[in-house]
Write a protein that binds this ligand. Structure first.
Ligand SMILES: [Zn+2]
Length: 278
């Protein structure tokens, strides 16, 4: 059976792991380096990938809010949007500083329960359709305002259609705006020698894979931060292509991904053999 990359649509994809009993198939795209998972069993389980109440996580989201408010000069006329906002803990930190916020939350039951009475949470997935609706002046929450900051910290590993998500973000993002994405760095995903993370995910992005995906939507990665959290994770800063200064960090991380073999199929094939033998 021929498979296509769920991001760049290339047919140059290699299956590096399959478990028939779990209907789980894991692929690496040689064209854009995306790792993607087809889980035929059922819908992907809502992925609670980090302990949301751990002190480390709370400190992480607090320092993120402070950094963004300061660096992007966010205020009462700004607009912050979070995709997969879960229980709203991250957005609350902006809201308590008087910054207008809107969350999209569909998947997790915790998110649905916590947001039941909040009128700034839209209980839908986010994509192009929601973006057009968001841009309408009659939209009850946005009233047509574009976003200064779009937060995508819980969505990447379970995204169903990355192109729909990125196109939606490109539509609602101001020219001066910033979107930040977070995910486990795929470099460390293989350290555990376990297939578990793949059973709860649709895709794992390297910096290379995210850069390729962004460029199709006139966006680009302009900076990267590494955090020693959840086994090692990255935060990518994404802005409109060609309008902003690109940090030298980008070249550093891209180089490290090449050096550690993340852009080559061998790493994935070796991992597949290893976990098949377990
Ligand atoms: Zn691809």
């Amino acid at each position: 059976m021929n498979h296509q990359c769920s991001s760049c649509n290339s047919n140059s994809v290699i299956e590096f792991f399959a478990d028939k009993s779990k209907s789980l198939n894991c692929f690496f795209c040689e064209a854009c380096t995306l790792v993607f998972v087809i889980n035929g069993d059922s819908e992907v389980t809502p992925y609670e990938d980090q302990n949301q109440s751990s002190p480390d996580h709370i400190e992480h989201i607090q320092s993120y809010a402070q950094e963004m408010i300061q660096n992007l000069d966010l205020h009462h006329k700004s607009m912050v949007v979070e995709i997969d906002s879960r229980d709203g803990a991250q957005l609350n930190l902006f809201e308590e500083n008087g910054i207008p916020c809107i969350g999209f939350e569909r998947m997790s039951q915790a998110g649905v329960d916590a947001n039941e009475n909040k009128d700034n949470t839209i209980k839908e997935y986010f994509g192009v359709e929601q973006a057009w609706s968001f841009l309408s002046e009659s939209h009850p929450q946005s009233q047509g305002r574009k976003a200064d900051l779009v937060i995508v910290h819980n969505a990447l590993t379970k995204v169903q259609d990355i192109n729909d998500l990125l196109e939606g973000i490109a539509l609602i993002l101001k020219e001066s705006g910033t979107a930040t994405f977070e995910s486990v760095w795929i470099k460390y995903l293989f350290d555990e020698e376990s297939i578990n993370p793949f059973m709860h995910a649709t895709s794992f992005f390297s910096t290379h894979a995210l850069q390729v995906a962004c460029s199709k939507h006139d966006l680009e990665i302009t900076d990267i931060q590494y955090f020693d959290l959840n086994g090692g994770m990255l935060r990518w800063f994404v802005q409109r292509k060609g309008l902003h200064i690109v940090s030298p960090n980008l070249t550093v991380f891209l180089g490290e991904e090449v050096e550690s073999g993340m852009t080559d199929k061998d790493l994935y094939l070796r991992f597949g053999e290893l976990v098949t033998g377990i």
